[in-house]
Design a protein around this ligand. Structure first.
Ligand SMILES: [Zn+2]
Length: 505
C-alpha cells in the first residue's frame, strides 16, 4: 500500500530543498511584532504545541487565525512543527521487557509529580546557573512572546531536572481499534525516550515513563467524532478527548503522581505521518480538564509513526516523543515555515525525523542541564579565549554566550559525533543567534553556516543537509561587523576540545 503520490511529493520536495521541510500552519499564532509571513497551505507534516500559561495572573492569549477556531476567547498559544517522510513501518516488539519493568515501577513508586505546572519550580530553574557573571546572558523576551527562548523559562511548564514522571495512556477508538497491543505501542517510545533524556541531560533528568494501564483505553466516541485534525485547537475536540480519557483512566490512575501526560494514540487513527503529522503538545494549559484535583496542563499526543522508509524507524522513530516533551519543558519549535533551514539537525526541536540528534547547548542551559561552570558569558568588551569541550561529553565548558542586548545574543558551542548526535559529519564550533523576542515557529534560533551553499556533508535522510557542515573549524572565523562580534577557532587538542577566541566591542 505504498502511496505513490505521497512518495512523489516527498521526492519532489527533497529534490527542491535537499531536505524535508516543514510548514507552519495558517492558524499559527504569531504576535504582531514578529514577522507574520508564515502562512502556508501545505498541510503535510506537522506537530504542534499548544501552550497557554498564566503569568502575573493574566492569561497570555494568542489569537489563532484558524478558520476552525470556534471560540473567540483567549486561548492557549499554539505551535507546531513538522516532519516528512515516505516509508513503511516495521513492527516493533523490542524492549517489551524494559517496559514491563517500568510498568511495575508504577505500582511501587510513591510519586510526587504534578500534571499541572509546578508554581515553585519553573522548567529548568531548579538547577539553573545563578552565577552573577551569567546574568547578562539570561536574555528574555517580552511577555507577548508565548513560548520564548528566554532564560529562565517562565512558569507553567514541567520541571526539567530531577525525577519527572510521565503518565503514558494508550488510547484507541471504535473506528480505529488498537493496532497491536498497547504495551507494544508504549515500547515504540518509552525506553528510548527515557534514555534520550538521560543522555542529553548528562543524567540530570530522570525521565520515568510509566504506564499504570497496560491495555488500550477505548474512547467513547469514534476518532472521527472528536474532529482531531492537524491544527485543531484544544476546544472542543481535544478538550472532549482529555475529559473522556480522564474519565476512563481515573479509577485506575492517580493523576497527582505525574508531571505530565503522554497520550499514545493507536497508530491507525488518523492519517499517516507521511501525509500529516498530527502529534501535538498542549503545554501550561491551565484550562485543561481536571483529574484528581489537578488540571491536565501539560500533555503530548503522539499519532501514527514517523517512518521515513530509510530503515531507521526501529532505532529512531521514537524521536517525536522527546520533541513533544521538549515543549512540555518549555522549548519552542525551531523549524519555521521553511522547514529545518534555520537550525537544521542541530536540535531535536528543529528536526525529529531520521538520524538521532541532540539539543543545542542553549537549550541544555535553559533546561538546567549545564551548571554555572559550564557556561561563560562574554558580556564585556575585549578578547577572551575559551576551551570548549564536545557537547555530548559530560563535564567541561559547553557554552559561550555573547549577549547583544537583553533580548538577543550569539551562542557558541562545540558539536561532535557522540551521545544523541549520530550524524555530525564536520565536528566543530557551531555559532547561532538566539532571539528571545521571536516566538516558537518563527525562527527564534538561527544557525550560521560556515559554508554557504556547499550542499553540506551528509546524505543521511531527513537531515537538513546544507547546515550539516555549518560548523567552524580551526583557522575559520565567524564575524558580525554590525555588532563587532568575532569568533575565531584557534586549535583543537587530542581530546577533541576546541580553543576559540571571542572578541566583542
Ligand atoms: Zn513541535
Amino acid at each position: 500500500m505504498q502511496p505513490t503520490s505521497r512518495r512523489t511529493r516527498s521526492a519532489l520536495r527533497r529534490r527542491g530543498r535537499r531536505t524535508p521541510a516543514g510548514h507552519i500552519q495558517p492558524d499559527h499564532i504569531q504576535p504582531d511584532h514578529i514577522h507574520t509571513e508564515h502562512v502556508h497551505t501545505d498541510q503535510e507534516h506537522t506537530d504542534q504545541v499548544l501552550a497557554g500559561r498564566k503569568q502575573d495572573g493574566r492569561r497570555h492569549a494568542g489569537r489563532p487565525r484558524s478558520r476552525r477556531t470556534r471560540s473567540e476567547r483567549a486561548r492557549p498559544e499554539r505551535i507546531r512543527s513538522e516532519r516528512i517522510r515516505p516509508g513503511r513501518r516495521p513492527r516493533r516488539l523490542a524492549a517489551l521487557a524494559s517496559v514491563t519493568a517500568l510498568t511495575l515501577a508504577v505500582s511501587t513508586s510513591a510519586g510526587a509529580g504534578h500534571l499541572r505546572p509546578d508554581p515553585a519550580t519553573a522548567a529548568g530553574s531548579t538547577s539553573l546557573a545563578r552565577r552573577a557573571s551569567l546574568t547578562p546572558c539570561m536574555i528574555s523576551g517580552p511577555s507577548s512572546v508565548q513560548m520564548s527562548e528566554g532564560i529562565p523559562t517562565g512558569p507553567g511548564y514541567s520541571r526539567s531536572t530531577g525525577t519527572v514522571r510521565a503518565l503514558n495512556l494508550m488510547i484507541d477508538f471504535s473506528d480505529a481499534p488498537g493496532e497491536g497491543s498497547a504495551m507494544e505501542r508504549l515500547a515504540e517510545f518509552a525506553p528510548q525516550t527515557r534514555a534520550w533524556f538521560a543522555t542529553s541531560s548528562y543524567g540530570r533528568l530522570d525521565y520515568r515513563p510509566e504506564a499504570p494501564i497496560s491495555d488500550w483505553l477505548r474512547m467513547p466516541k469514534s476518532f472521527k467524532e472528536y474532529g482531531i485534525e492537524r491544527g485543531a485547537p484544544f476546544d472542543p475536540g481535544y478538550r472532549k478527548l482529555v475529559e473522556d480519557l480522564v474519565r476512563k483512566a481515573d479509577p485506575r490512575v492517580d493523576f497527582r503522581k505525574y508531571d505530565f501526560l503522554n497520550v499514545l494514540v493507536t497508530p491507525n487513527a488518523g492519517p499517516s505521518a507521511l501525509d500529516t503529522v498530527l502529534s501535538v503538545t498542549f503545554a501550561g494549559n491551565q484550562e485543561a480538564p481536571v483529574a484528581d484535583g489537578v488540571p491536565v496542563a501539560n500533555a503530548s499526543f503522539v499519532y501514527s509513526r514517523q517512518d521515513d522508509g530509510s530503515g531507521s524507524y526501529a532505532e529512531t522513530g521514537y524521536r517525536v516523543l522527546p520533541h513533544e516533551n521538549g515543549h512540555v519543558f518549555g522549548l519552542p519549535d525551531l523549524y519555521t515555515h521553511e522547514g529545518g533551514g534555520a537550525v537544521g539537525h542541530w536540535d531535536i526541536m528543529s528536526e525529529d525525523w531520521g538520524a538521532g540528534n541532540d539539543l543545542l547547548g542553549w537549550h541544555k542551559w535553559k533546561l538546567g542541564w549545564l551548571d554555572d561552570t559550564q557556561v561563560r558569558c562574554a558580556a564585556t568588551p575585549g578578547s577572551t579565549e575559551y576551551t570548549l569541550t564536545p557537547l555530548p561529553r559530560p563535564g567541561g565548558l559547553k557554552l559561550v554566550f555573547v549577549p547583544l542586548d537583553s533580548r538577543t545574543g550569539y551562542a557558541i558551542e562545540l558539536r561532535a559525533r557522540g551521545g544523541n548526535d549520530a550524524v555530525v559529519c564536520r565536528p566543530g564550533i557551531l555559532v547561532y543567534k538566539v532571539d528571545a523576542t521571536v516566538d516558537t515557529g518563527g525562527g527564534p534560533v538561527r544557525v550560521y553556516d560556515s559554508r554557504r551553499d556547499s550542499g553540506g556533508c551528509t546524505n543521511s535522510p531527513n537531515v537538513h543537509a546544507e547546515l550539516s557542515d555549518a560548523t567552524f573549524v580551526p583557522g575559520e572565523s565567524f564575524r558580525d561587523p554590525g555588532s563587532g562580534v568575532e569568533v575565531k577557532v584557534l586549535a583543537t587538542d587530542p581530546e577533541g576540545n576546541h580553543r576559540v577566541r571571542v572578541t566583542r566591542r
